[in-house]
Ligand binder design. Sequence first.
Ligand code: SF4
Length: 453
Amino acid sequence: MSTVAPPPQESSDSTEVPELKVVTDATCTFCGCVCDDMELTVQDNKITKAKNACVLGKAWFLNHHIEDRPDATIEGQPASYEQAIERAADILSNAIYPITYGLSDTTCEAQRVAVAISDWIGGCVDTTTSVCHGPSGIAFQEVGEVTCTLGEIKNRADYIVFWGGNPAESHPRHFTRYSLMPKGQFLPNGRKDRTAVLVDVRKTKSARAADIFLQVKPRSDFELAWAMRAIAKGVEIDPSIEEQTGISLERLTEVVEGMKAAKFGVILFGMGLTMTRGKHLNSEAILSLARDLNKYTRWTAKPMRGHGNVTGADNVVTWQTGFPFGVHLGRGYPRFNPGEWTSSDLLARGEADAALIIASDPMSNFSQPARDHLEKIDSVVLDPKLSETAKTATVAFTTSTYGINTTGTVYRMDDVPIPLRPAFDSPYRSDYEILKAIEKRIREKQLNGNLSS
Ligand code: SF4
């Protein structure tokens, strides 16, 4: 981090010029690429330049401003942190079936405390993974994962299959920093040394960057992946696969032969695969295809993750419970059952009686029955913004923004932990500080309750 002299002012009545600060190697937490080469120029608690950021990263940094809101509210009325922490601890420790949800846009340190709170109160802990790559989380449990880092992709991957995603628009620096374009240790000519295939139901912007575009018919990814597994193994397949998938057998064979001839391959799959018909069976098919290809050469598969620290949420919840999301801790030991203990389902069935929502906005994207129930029960919400969920919260905390105002650790989409270098302080507390205070108060209440009973 360095401080440089401000530019000369032509004429001003005031001699006070805000200090100009440059933060190097800062980290962008807007998407799962978690680019850690940002150079941020900060003036008067405002980021004025974000060098190296893509269009999404620039919007994330340059539009950031500290909102003028109370530290906390209780039933819509301004409250101090202490009052709000007391009420939050009351709600959570008195609940019979509490849920904790969100976590993909906060630090690993805060995620860890959120899991601990869920454990102390015997609730369910769930993350936004349950509404994006949850099927992949289930598939990992079923068939495992042959994995790699983005660094290995950059240095080694000469054959890349993007499946059900549009990185050109969702992860704008993925192609240039990690996958398609960069020159790598074993790929001195960069893009020229790589073959890229895109599998998708429509011709997105990413298709222009690929050498081969396979336009699969909607809802037939499962059939396509299994056909590729069969071709890889030399099993004769029924030509009706062409009608089912919309891709000729000849084309498919050409791609599979190319994959077998590669030195290092990777399948990068997105929600276009995991959230269509077949869901976790689609992810299982892709992970199995990568595993099968290791009979011939080195192949790997990785999900393309969206939120800045959704991968951290998976890692932290898995370290602590053994499962990545949708975990019930009410019996004193963890149980995993997506569909039963995932937040949107629990709420839609009207089962949860209190909610702790961290850095997420389920009131904007859950089903109507889930939203209706969430509105009825007591909820504690931590968010830097006045989200739809914060508006309906019983207790709402205004928090600082991770990466911009607070330090901590986040996980890149390839499970590599990256430290944060904040640009400037916020007047609001971090998720970690608030959650730690709530946890402390819950423990005090539980211990006092035990002593007096
Ligand atoms: S690709 Fe993602 S992490 Fe990188 S600068 Fe763009 S938004 Fe930020």
